[in-house]
Every structure is written in structure tokens, then in C-alpha cells.
Design a protein around this ligand. Structure first.
Ligand code: NAG
Ligand code: NAG
Ligand code: NAG
Length: 650
């Protein structure tokens, strides 16, 4: 059946190639024959026929983005200038809506607030290239702040509002900020570190009630509102020196090791990410975007808010994601586009069915990390027509886009013209991130099906291929490898291992460290988590390997956010046996009230791994899979001792 579709598709696409003078059928056959010689084999024809539509869609998006980027570079446009054009087109259209209060800011309102911020920045003596840190929860005023600062060339540094103490100080420190603007809700966190900030850092507080006033005074923060009220709302008389390839702001990326790094976002990168989203996922100017992602990350602030600033869409900003309010909000604001990260989809699926989930107008879901195990259920249950999955670190030039909604893929690389977009998977040492080299010292490209590191060639001439690096030089150099595609070149090393199928679709492989070995097999923790979570109504599940003395490998353990009380473990086990191969079934279960997650819902496993399977005394239950008896048994001190002493077979 699939082959038939491919052949039909190839007829449609190849028909225009036939020379005019030859009758239809022989011409077609001749055309196919020539193509076959050109491509080497029939298999490639099949692949080409099945992927040409996707490739052309992407090509169209690339052409559109490139043309507009070219125009913007020529005209020295910047993001504030592009936004000003949208304001002229429809000053009274709602630009940003704040869900918590129902405040609606029109394009003109937003522009005036940006102007006020720009005037304030000039009055403070901030100059182009100065940095101001923003530390607050999501609110439309975050947009007014960074955009207003950008009007006069001042760069915002978005600090994650979940950070405290050292990590907060670190992020403010590496940005070199002259001032910190914080939300009143962060007052306590700021007061904890205010003594350790660089001397001379000015503090401004925004929002909140008067009653916090006293505490604020103790570390001398000025009220931003008071200053902005006195600030003029007409455009500032200021000629911006910066152009399209200059710095706009900084976004911190959580490194796999160590403290967050500040990634530089230039105007062109902002434009490129938002424009690719707009043109690839079929967005329209009359769409309404529901944005419940944090604004300190690029997905929220570039992919989401960028649709408003650059393409005139209305964006609903939610202070914080809420699974129970999600669809009600979408209905209330007539949202047609939602943004997600993978965990959000799972949390939504875990919710009981409610009427609003069938009465919304959401057409497109854009985000990353929608895993294959929840993708289809998500699309079916919530009737989403189109999923726009993308991959790409803020700072990385090797972004991928899943333009045609292929289930499970995070993007693709063209099989017909692989060199059009110079990203590649190259072989790495097993279980490590070190790139393997051939005898000439070049990297070795992977074949379909072989997992490899995603790398992207760097060329500073082409704005689509630039790498703008991090605020500090050391972090930048760690991310660049040389002699990758050919001698003397350089490439950005994404740090992510992906695998490509024969059609060029790319799929995530676990970040290394996310697998453990058991009975000679590699167990993928995310895969087991996906299955267990699905069996348990999409509750939080963390899977990890624990060492058992005298036993090779790591035994699988699942921490499950569930009381375990009304769960039939025998039934659960038989479902597990049905869905997972024997080596992947968890040997230990740990039921706990909640599983630790970080600000972005990533599950933290280090503590769990350390506590292993020793019985805890906090009303939690631990179970052991007795394979002889074929059931899970509660682990008490006695059983724990027996396992440690090797008296029980695993
Ligand atoms: C949503 O759409 C309906 C019907 O088109 C309209 O009556 C309603 O006012 C809209 N709501 C909002 C918040 O725009
Ligand atoms: C498991 O991973 C190791 C290295 O991490 C590799 O050598 C081995 O071939 C893998 N085994 C299987 C069965 O995939
Ligand atoms: C990645 O960034 C580098 C550095 O500017 C650039 O040369 C390279 O072409 C980029 N690669 C892609 C695929 O965009």
C-alpha cells in the first residue's frame, strides 16, 4: 500500500519533467529510467518520491525566510523596527493578553510601553551593549522590557525565576548586568543575594502590591512602575547603531554539566526562529497563540512571542502552566495555536476528560519533546490537526523542523539534496560524546539507522549558518569541532545523539547517561518511563538503574508518583509484561507522593538513585519483582538485606 502511494506520488511529481515532444507514458518511463540511473537504485527513487513533498515544503519555507532575512540585512532592520511596522498595520489589534488578569495590550499599547522603557534606559545612562538582567515570572511587561531596551541597543538577560542563591548570582554575574529588574514576586529571592551582587548594580522592582514596599527598601530597589509612569510614551529620538546581526538578548541554556550558560541571541536569530515557525507550521496572522511556556526560554520568548512581534498574531501569556485550566483558557481566548514541551502533553493527557477539550479551536501545536508514546494519543484525544515539532538549542545553528508531522520525529534531513542544509549525524564513541575520526582525521557520517551526534557546519558568511556563541568564550570553544565535513572546516556540536531513518526523518536517541545495562541489554529510561506512565494514567514516573552488590549491570527501578494504595500490582505486572521486554521491566518500584522535577519538569534522579531500594520511613512503599513467584513483593528490611547479600536471585 505504501509503495503504491509512493509510485502514485512519483507520477504526480515527475510528470512535469517529461519532455514535451515525447508522448506521455514512454516519456514518463524514460524520465524514471534516467532518474534511476542518476540516483543509483530503485530504492532511492522510492525514498525520493516519498519525501519530495516534504522537502519542497521545507524549501519553500527556507526561501521565504531567506528572502526576508536578506531584505532585513539590507535595510539594517532590527526586531524593534519590524515590530513597529506591525503596529502601523493594526495599532488596535490585541497583541498580548495576560491570562491571570485578562489585561489586553493592543499593538499600540505594547509600543508605548516599550517607548517608555527606552526613554527610561536613556535616562539611566544605559548605552548600547549594556546588559540588564530580568528576573520575574511571565507577564506581558517582560516583553515590553526587553523590546524597549532593544530599541536603544541595551541587551536583556533572561534569568530563570526558579533560580536562587548561587545559581542566581552566577547568572547575573556572567551577564555583566548593570541593573536587575525583578518582579515583586521575587523580592525574597533578591533580598537573599542583594548583598553579594556586583557593587553598583542598580535594582528595580516591578509589579506587586504596596505592602512589599518596606522589604524592598531594605536593599534599595526603585519602583519601575513609578519611573515608567513619568516616562514619555512617544518613540525615543535615538538612532540605533546596531543592525540585524548584532546582539539582542541572552538566554540561559541549562548545560548538561555545571551552571547555566548565557547564549547570545542576535536579531537575525530571533527572526529566523520565529519566521521558520510561522512559515513551516502554516500559521496565519489571525491566529491566536496560547503561550504557557516560561518567557526566559527561547520557545516562549522567540517562537511564541515572536509570532506577535513579527507576524502580528495575538499571543495569550499565561503566568504558569496549569493542566486543569489549559483547554478552558484556549476556549476562552479562541486560541488556534498552542505551544508545548513534551511533559505538558503528558500532564494534559493525565487530566480527566472535560468538555472544553473538545470545544476549542486549536489547530496547531508547536513545541518540542512530544514523545512517540504520547504523540498519537495526544493528537487523537485533543483533535489537533497539525503538530509542529522542532529541535534546536537556542544557540545552535543546526535546528531541525518536523514540517509534515511525522509521528515521533523531531525533524528531517533531505535525502535528495543532503548538502542543501549542512547538518549531519556523525559517529561517536559508544556511550560517549567523543567524535570518532577516520584515517584522515575527518568525522565519519552515519548511515540510516546508526545513532550519531548531530553537528552543523559553521559559516560566518551566511546568517543562517552563524554561531553566535555564549557570553563567555570558553563555553563557545567547547561547542565547536574542526575538520568535520572536510579538512579545515568547523562545526557546531549539538551534544545530542539522534538517529535517522531511510527517509531522512530524525529521532531522538537518549542523551547518553539515559540508558543503563541489564542482562546484557541497553535499557532506555525514557522508553520505560513512557510505557509505565502510559499504563498509570500518565502520572510522573522516573526510571533509573540501581546497583545491586554482586550483580552485573544496573537493576531497573521506577519511582512512581502514586500512593500505590488502589493499584492492583498483579494486573500492573501483567500489563508491564505485555508492553516491555523482560530485561526492561523494572525490578524495583518505589511509590511516592510526588517525583522531584525541575522548573521545566525534568525529573531529577540523582537523589532517587542514591537512595536506591532501601526501605524509606516516610510512608513510601518499595516493591521488588520476585521473578520466581512472578509478582511484586513489598521490600522490608529483611528482604532488602537478603537482596544485598545475594540470597535472592534477580
Ligand atoms: C471568540 O469567538 C466567538 C465567535 O466567533 C466570539 O463571539 C467571541 O467574542 C470570541 N472571543 C474572544 C475572546 O475573542
Ligand atoms: C548497548 O550499548 C553498548 C554501549 O553503550 C553497545 O556496545 C552495545 O552494542 C549495545 N547493545 C545493544 C544490544 O544494543
Ligand atoms: C552552525 O553555526 C556555525 C557557526 O556560525 C555555522 O558556520 C554553521 O553553518 C551553522 N550550521 C548550520 C547547519 O546552520
Amino acid at each position: 500500500m505504501k509503495l503504491l502511494i509512493c509510485v502514485l506520488a512519483s507520477l504526480v511529481f515527475l510528470a512535469p519533467l517529461r519532455p514535451v515532444s515525447i508522448p506521455w507514458l514512454p516519456g514518463l518511463i524514460a524520465g524514471l529510467g534516467v532518474l534511476a540511473v542518476w540516483m543509483g537504485s530503485w530504492k532511492n527513487i522510492r525514498v525520493a518520491a516519498c519525501t519530495i513533498k516534504r522537502d519542497l515544503m521545507c524549501l519553500a519555507a527556507i526561501v521565504k525566510v531567506r528572502l526576508s532575512m536578506h531584505r532585513n540585512v539590507q535595510n539594517k532592520r532590527t526586531i524593534p523596527a519590524l515590530f513597529a511596522q506591525k503596529v502601523l498595520q493594526h495599532p488596535d489589534k490585541p497583541a498580548l493578553i495576560f491570562e491571570a488578569t485578562g489585561e489586553v495590550w493592543s499593538f499600540k499599547d505594547l509600543q508605548e510601553r516599550c517607548n517608555a522603557v527606552a526613554h527610561l534606559a536613556l535616562a539611566q545612562g544605559w548605552a548600547e551593549g549594556d546588559v540588564v538582567a530580568l528576573y520575574m515570572e511571565s507577564h506581558p511587561s517582560v516583553v515590553a522590557l526587553w523590546l524597549g531596551l532593544a530599541m536603544v541597543g541595551v541587551e536583556a538577560a533572561f534569568i530563570n525565576h526558579n533560580l536562587r542563591q548561587e545559581s542566581l548570582l552566577h547568572c547575573v554575574g556572567v551577564s555583566g548586568a548593570r541593573a536587575v529588574v525583578f518582579g515583586a514576586e521575587m523580592t525574597e529571592a533578591v533580598s537573599e543575594v542583594s548583598g553579594s551582587l556586583q557593587p553598583g548594580t542598580t535594582l528595580f522592582c516591578t509589579g506587586g502590591e504596596e505592602e512589599d514596599g518596606e522589604q524592598r527598601c531594605s536593599f534599595q530597589a526603585q519602583s519601575l512602575e513609578a519611573l515608567l509612569t513619568c516616562s514619555p510614551t512617544h518613540p525615543p529620538y535615538y538612532k540605533l547603531r546596531k543592525g540585524f546581526n548584532d546582539r539582542l538578548f541572552y538566554i540561559y541554556t541549562s548545560g548538561t554539566t555545571g551552571m547555566p550558560k548565557a547564549a547570545v541571541v542576535v536579531h537575525s536569530r530571533y527572526f529566523r526562529i520565529a519566521a521558520f515557525g510561522f512559515h513551516s507550521f502554516g500559521l496565519r496572522p489571525d491566529d491566536v497563540v496560547y503561550n504557557c511556556l516560561p518567557l526566559y526560554h527561547s520557545a516562549g520568548t522567540i517562537m511564541g512571542v515572536g509570532q506577535c512581534l513579527l507576524f502580528g498574531l495575538t499571543v495569550v501569556i499565561r503566568r504558569k502552566f496549569s493542566a486543569s485550566r489549559f483547554w478552558d483558557d484556549c476556549v476562552k481566548h479562541n486560541c488556534t495555536v498552542i505551544q508545548y514541551i513534551g511533559e505538558i502533553c503528558r500532564y494534559l493527557l493525565a487530566q480527566p476528560v472535560r468538555p472544553s477539550e473538545a470545544h476549542h479551536r486549536v489547530r496547531v501545536a508547536i513545541g518540542n519533546g512530544l514523545r512517540p508514546f504520547v504523540w498519537e494519543e495526544f493528537v487523537r484525544r485533543f483533535r489537533i490537526q497539525r503538530v509542529g515539532e522542532f529541535y534546536g538549542a537556542t544557540e545552535c545553528n543546526c535546528s531541525l523542523i518536523n514540517i509534515d508531522g511525522k509521528v515521533g520525529a523531531c525533524g528531517f534531513s533531505s535525502r535528495i539534496l543532503p548538502n542543501l542544509y549542512p547538518i549531519r549525524l556523525v559517529k561517536v564513541k559508544e556511550g560517549e560524546k567523543e567524535l570518532l575520526r577516520d584515517s584522515q582525521g575527518l568525522c565519519i557520517p552515519c548511515l540510516p539507522g546508526e545513532p550519531g551526534m548531530l553537528v552543523g557546519r559553521i559559516s560566518d558568511k551566511d546568517p543562517l549558518r552563524r554561531f553566535d556563541g555564549y557570553a563567555d568564550r570558553d563555553s563557545t570553544s567547547q561547542k565547536i569541532a574542526h575538520h568535520v565535513f572536510q579538512m579545515g572546516d568547523s562545526a557546531y556540536v549539538s551534544g545530542d545523539v539522534l538517529v535517522m531513518d531511510e527517509y531522512g526523518y530524525m529521532y531522538f536517541r537518549d542523551r547518553s547517561g539515559d540508558t543503563f545495562r541489564w542482562k546484557g541489554e541497553n535499557v532506555s529510561t525514557t522508553e520505560v518511563e513512557g510505557v509505565l506512565s502510559g499504563l498509570l494514567g500518565h502520572t510522573d514516573v522516573a526510571v533509573y538503574g540501581v546497583s545491586v552488590p554482586g550483580v552485573e549491570g544496573k537493576a531497573g527501578m521506577a519511582a512512581i508518583a502514586h500512593t500505590g494504595a488502589d493499584l492492583d500490582l498483579d494486573e500492573f505486572l501483567s500489563a508491564v509484561q505485555k508492553h516491555l521486554p523482560s530485561y526492561a521491566r523494572p525490578i524495583f518500584l518505589r511509590f511516592m507522593p510526588s517525583v522531584d522535577t525541575t522548573g521545566t519538569f525534568k525529573i531529577q534522579k540523582t537523589r532517587l538513585q542514591k537512595e536506591s531500594f532501601k526501605p524509606q520511613h516516610t510512608g513510601e512503599e518499595i516493591y521488588f519483582l520476585n521473578s520466581r513467584a512472578g509478582r511484586y513483593e513489598a521490600v522490608d528490611d529483611e528482604l532488602c538485606k537478603a537482596i544485598v547479600e545475594g540470597k535472592v536471585s534477580l
